[in-house]
Design a binder for this molecule. Structure first.
Ligand code: ADP
Length: 571
């Protein structure tokens, strides 16, 4: 192995010479401190290296050690519940909070090498298995059964497999492959920038229920779909993220945090471990993996962190799980790209972002999807998994024309426009019903019909129409006053308000209101629209809007959201 030499240092960018044989995205170690970096450009025997640790003190002429391997993550039991940095070094959350950071260049195993796991085989000697096939399971946490899968490119006949309590490094099975006998361990590695293979991609046509009414009813996300949410400060972004993590129909949550200010990440590291899984009462961390960029790591590490998180998420998808990846904030990731691109002296595109920004963002979201997994579970046919990706963006000044937001909107199919204006009015969740959209509504219509009833899609469209008309009328009222409106318009204003206050408002901290099943969402919406229909009839027969607005049943509409699910179903 030849060793390169540092030729130039520019912040997180190190240029080394004598690097012949290394490829783009290979991992290298810089200097005797063995700082971890990834090659981002190769030019003859010179390599530009993005270094994931502070480069202060590194000088020209210091050695650079190639590994000839791409940046990879370790996959296996023990991922769940872990908190990692951008290159999958386990973070002791407490150490981070108290300000003790990882020493530069340390190599920490991502998976505990001493921990014993009980492997229970689900296949027998003599069976032929292919890449992705589940050999057996490990109870990783009370909430997650971990499938130990044959690595993607391997296949062969099982010559040995047994129940045992072993570490991730001990073979749990041996396969006879075309190239000889091969052990299979519980740990495997995968290069982060390469999507893990699947057998087939499927149309995302089933709803990812979140229990959040504005989302499920108006701007639904599909299992395996993609969504984006901007988060101006104080708009309730954290609450939304926690609600999604707790309630969305995902078995596994992977959360990647690219914070800018140190305390943003501290909040995530403090709050996430305290969340409870509402269905089981267990800590949510028992089905969660956190990837956090700490503030002592240079911005370049954010680049790696989103891929690290994505690869871990794909790994659980491959077991047949519904996985949700939440990334906050992808704008910080893009800023890291911009910084590296500047140092590489690439031709800048819009606002200094590299010209390949949109392509990178699109590639990232393309790793989402509903799929037929590469392998199968024993005795079962095809296994289906899904990976839903929800990215938060934080454009400077909330400007949605920002290049990162624009690139993201081209790549994702759902946009939840979280607006600080609404939060200011205490309208929570502060997702705008006027500016948000979901492009999954057509694909989901059959599933919605099955799960929420035949009328649901029509009601949802009708309610949105009323809300849009309400917004127009509010403008008119602002100019000429309420009295100038026809009674039918005044009635519409009343229904619009009811839709906002009795349906869209949802208190995350109220035990009943925090989550609403799809049938109850349909029921609530149906009630409001039925009231509107009857009120229109009453108007035609001479009733006044004032009279209608004081009907006692109108007050009751406002209380429906607090009716427990059980009682609601009975009525
Ligand atoms: P951000 O992360 O955008 O700064 P938070 O998520 O912390 O904002 O929300 C700020 C405050 O808004 C919360 O402390 C809470 O009082 C209120 N809030 C946000 N969403 C909801 C909700 N769905 N229900 C009730 N209150 C909410």
């Amino acid at each position: 192995m030849s060793t390169g030499r540092v030729y130039k240092v520019s912040g997180p960018l190190v240029v080394a010479e004598g690097m012949a044989g290394s490829k783009i995205y290979d991992v290298v170690r810089v200097s005797e401190s063995r700082l971890i970096g990834e090659i981002v450009r190769v030019d003859g025997d010179r390599a530009a290296i993005q270094v994931y640790e502070e480069t202060a003190g590194i000088g020209v002429g210091e050695p650079v050690y190639p590994s000839y391997e791409p940046l990879s993550v370790e996959l296996g039991p023990g991922l769940i519940g872990s908190i990692y940095d951008g290159i999958q070094r386990p973070l002791d959350a407490l150490a981070v909070l108290s300000g003790d950071f990882i020493v530069r260049g340390v190599e920490a195993a991502a998976l505990d090498r001493n921990r014993l796991w009980k492997f229970v085989p689900r296949r027998r000697k003599g069976e032929f298995v292919r890449g992705g096939d589940s050999l057996g399971v490990v109870q990783e946490t009370p909430l997650v059964e971990h499938h130990v899968m044959v690595p993607p490119a391997v296949e062969g006949e099982i010559v040995d497999i047994s129940e045992q309590e072993v570490t991730v490094d001990t073979p749990i099975a041996y396969l006879r492959t075309a190239t000889g006998e091969q052990p299979v361990k519980m740990v495997q590695r995968w290069p982060v920038r390469q999507p893990r293979p699947v057998r087939r991609r499927l149309t995302p046509d089933s709803l990812l229920v979140t229990g959040q009414r504005v989302i499920d009813t108006f701007f639904p996300l599909a299992k395996g779909g993609t969504g984006c949410v901007p988060g101006p400060f104080g708009s309730g972004k954290t609450v939304i993220q926690h609600q999604l993590a707790k309630w969305c129909e995902a078995d596994i949550i992977v959360f990647v945090g690219c914070g800018e200010r140190g305390n943003e990440m501290t909040d995530v590291l403090q709050e996430f471990p305290e969340l409870k899984d509402p269905k089981t009462g267990e800590p949510l961390m028992k089905r969660t993996v956190l990837v956090a960029n700490t503030s002592n790591m240079p911005v370049a590490a954010r680049e790696a962190s989103v891929y690290t998180a994505m690869t871990i998420a794909e790994y659980y998808r491959d077991m047949g799980y519904s996985v949700a990846l939440q990334a906050d904030s992808t704008s910080r990731w893009a800023e890291a790209m911009r910084e590296m691109s500047g140092r590489l002296e690439e031709m800048p595109g819009e606002e200094g972002y590299p010209a390949y920004l949109a392509a990178r963002v699109a590639e990232f979201y393309e790793r989402a999807g509903r799929v037929v997994c590469l392998g199968t579970h024993p005795g079962e046919g095809e296994t289906e998994g899904s990976l839903t990706v929800i990215g938060a963006v934080s454009p400077p000044g909330g400007d949605l024309n920002d290049p990162v937001v624009q690139a993201t909107l081209r790549a994702v199919k759902v946009f939840w426009s979280l607006e600080d204006r609404l939060a200011f009015q205490r309208h929570f969740p502060a997702i705008s019903w006027l500016n948000s959209y979901s492009l999954y509504r057509d694909e989901l219509s059959a599933d919605l019909q099955k799960r929420a009833g035949e009328d649901f899609s029509g009601w949802s469209r009708k309610a949105l129409e009323i809300l849009r008309r309400e917004a127009e009328l509010i403008e008119v009222v602002r100019l000429v006053g309420q009295d100038a409106l026809a009674p039918s318009d005044r009635l519409l204003l009343m229904t619009g308000r009811s839709l906002r206050e009795d349906f869209l408002h949802q208190n995350a901290f109220h035990p009943e209101d925090t989550w609403t099943s799809l049938p109850k969402q349909a029921g609530m919406l149906g009630l409001i629209l039925e009231f509107h229909r009857l009120a229109e009839l009453a108007l035609q027969r001479g009733a006044t809007v004032e009279k209608i607005s004081t009907l006692p049943c109108r007050q009751e509409l406002g209380r429906v959201r607090y009716v427990p699910e059980r009682d609601f179903a009975r009525h």
